[in-house]
Ligand binder design. Structure first.
Ligand SMILES: [Zn+2]
Length: 69
């Protein structure tokens, strides 16, 4: 991603903005780009869409590279 040669593109189908960065569940209701904030049905965490997506993309990238602890 940002370590030069270790650049890695995450799975295309990964729904970063719909996945709760706290518990990992996917909220299908969050598909409209107009939704900026949503609450996870499972763990109740309030997410800012873009911030949540950024966290998920980071976590997913590390996971796919086998670096996720
Ligand atoms: Zn959650």
């Amino acid at each position: 991603m940002w370590y030069g040669r270790t650049y890695h593109k995450i799975s295309r189908w990964f729904a970063s903005s719909q996945t709760c960065s706290a518990c990992g569940c996917v909220n299908k209701k969050v598909k409209l780009l107009s939704i900026r904030e949503w609450v996870c049905d499972y763990c109740g965490t309030i997410h800012q869409r873009d911030e949540n997506a950024a966290k998920n993309i980071l976590q997913q990238g590390l996971k796919e590279l086998g670096l996720f602890a």
